[in-house]
Design a protein around this ligand. Sequence first.
Ligand code: AMP
Ligand code: GLY
Length: 450
Amino acid sequence: MCPYTVVNSMRDAELYDASQLSRRRGEIVGNKRVLIVGNGGREHALAWKLAQSPELERLFVAPGNAGTVLWNVAIQAQDISALVEFALKEKIDLTVVGPEDPLSSGIVDAFYEAGLRIFGPTQAAAQLEGSKSFAKTIMESARIPTAKWEMFEDPEQAKNYVRTIGAPCVLKADGLAAGKGVIVAMDLESALQAVDEIMEGGFGTAGKKLVIEEFLEGQEVSLLCFSDGEMAYPMVPVQDHKRALEGDLGLNTGGMGTYSPPPIWTAEIEANVMRDLVSPTLQVMRERGTPFQGVLFLGLMLTEQGPKLLEYNVRFGDPETQVVMKRLKSDILPILWACTEGRLSETRLEWKEDVAVCVVMAAMGYPLAYTKGVPIRLPENYQDTVIFHAGTGISDGQLISTGGRVLGITAEGKTLHEAREKAYALVNQIDFPKAHFRRDIGVKGLNPYK
Ligand code: AMP
Ligand code: GLY
């Protein structure tokens, strides 16, 4: 194994860049200049897929990671004015936003004001993720099945309520808290403690308001939908593994791995979810004058009483996107474009029958304090399995870790078993000292009815 260098990153990215390949062969190149905002595994997966589009003239990723080095621009995802300026200067035809923070800060509104095309919801519509109480209010108006809830601004009242409903219950900071503002309390004492932790602890303004919810039991499924404001198309269903440790133990994380499709999902469930959850949401958002354009991501709990909505996200999931992009047969560029024009119904989405698995390799310590700057070596050749980079960078020509979730090893197989074997075979070949990963990604799908 030779050290993985900037040259390898360039080569890997070039392998997929249709516009560069066509240009080199003297063939006609597409005419669309696309900018992706963000630097995670999700953004690498989007870049990998968009780069394959025959409609692409040139791709940019701001700021990107070592996996997207061929396309990187040194602008942070939160620097909205610099992104607008860049998009104007580079005549970007379409911008695609990965993370929730710039969406909640109004990146879409700023691009619209500058006359630029952008895929994602406005600040008003992004509140579906930015505020748990807003999301719950929309769920109520749209009559969407969800956990019973109450909102509190006073810790004593919150504690009294907890004493009334008892445990288990779920406590959520109202605002964005980087995926860490949710505590599932299995006994009364931890529920009471959680009230203090969220309302007086480290969540800042996100924890000023507290949502307390009924605990729902079942399997979780993530359903991401493309939406043009009028209608939506579901992507393939995904199961994420949110807990840090095997057997779904340990702390909540951004996601330690995904697979698609989960066998527990059926066409009937999908039809119900689209009819009873997705369409009413889009309708209520339209009626409020804040139509939802972008990815509407439903965090679902499949309960004995049917699917219930845990939360909305207003963007592609991470690491859901890694397996979704691996399974998407159609060109993604015309679909994103159609969403920005309210013409989604004129497009078609085709998916591979194959099963996809993504195993996240994280830094030791994640999701708490973790080590950075660890040198990583990747094998030279890994066929059709893809290594999506997340927290990676290049220092002195050497690949190093720069974040908590570092790599997403994403494989495809005819069966879940085969996809898992391929993913873990590659994980075992990666030289990433003290990497933390779960060995049971997708095991839920091997024993779906347990
Ligand atoms: P959220 O950010 O709202 O998706 O919550 C993070 C995680 O907490 C979810 O993925 C679930 O695993 C868990 N969770 C949230 N709400 C509930 C609930 N009402 N019942 C059971 N688990 C929940
Ligand atoms: N993997 C869950 C999320 O992206 O929020």
